[in-house]
Design a protein. Structure first.
Length: 212
């Protein structure tokens, strides 16, 4: 399988010509080369993780694509055939086995309601928790998408999270709110956390790929 990092929180996984998109939102360059997409996972309803325009582009090229997300996504994306998933659910679509974890978005502030959020484990190897620090208990994670910067986190929390997951490899995600200097600093901290259990941090930039 091959992972390609897109801007901000989005990524695409390819296997034997089939594609799985995760969280293509408004901070991500328009997805125009989506032929072969069999599934889209949207971890939660915030527009930096999905947008009608991005879904329309993917569905337009792949009318049979399946879309998965928590109940909040289904309500927000009314008119799209979102299949509701929750922590503990498992789905197989094309070459991809998806297992879901978590259930809630990380707290941004006490004044802001906490919404649905699901983490997804792809083929028992790639884990992405959306906007949360949900740890996939009992899973030996090969590749972890590690959050680099967001209103709902501080870097010490992200470092603790990476240490708790103890992946073999990790790469940064959710970094569009950071300056170049901020990204460099975050990469150093997340790299340190990844190395504590013998893992390797791979500072992917948009367009970079990783085979797993």
């Amino acid at each position: 399988m091959r992972l390609t990092k897109l801007e901000h929180a989005a990524l695409v996984v390819e296997d034997s010509g089939d594609k799985l998109y995760i969280d293509p939102g408004v901070f991500t360059t328009p997805v125009t080369e989506s032929a072969g997409a069999v599934a889209v996972v949207i971890t939660h309803e915030h527009d930096d993780h999905w947008s009608p325009d991005q879904l329309d582009r993917i569905v337009g090229m792949n009318p049979e694509v399946r879309i998965f997300g928590p109940a909040g996504v289904a309500a927000r994306a009314e008119g799209y055939p979102v299949e509701v998933v929750a922590a503990g659910d498992e789905v197989e679509v094309g070459p991809f086995r998806l297992r879901f974890f978590g259930g809630e978005h990380a707290v941004i502030h006490r004044s802001i309601p906490v919404i649905d959020n699901i983490g997804v484990l792809v083929n028992e190897a790639l884990y992405y928790a959306g906007d949360s620090f949900a740890v996939p208990e009992g899973v030996a994670v090969d590749v972890l998408a590690a959050p680099a910067g967001a209103p709902w986190m501080k870097i010490s929390e992200a470092m603790d999270y990476v240490e708790a997951v103890a992946p073999r490899r990790a790469f940064p995600t959710h970094e569009m709110l950071l300056s170049r200097a901020g990204k460099a600093l975050s990469n150093v901290r997340l790299g340190w956390a990844t190395e504590q259990h013998g893992g390797e941090f791979v500072p992917l930039e948009p367009g970079d790929t990783l085979d797993f």
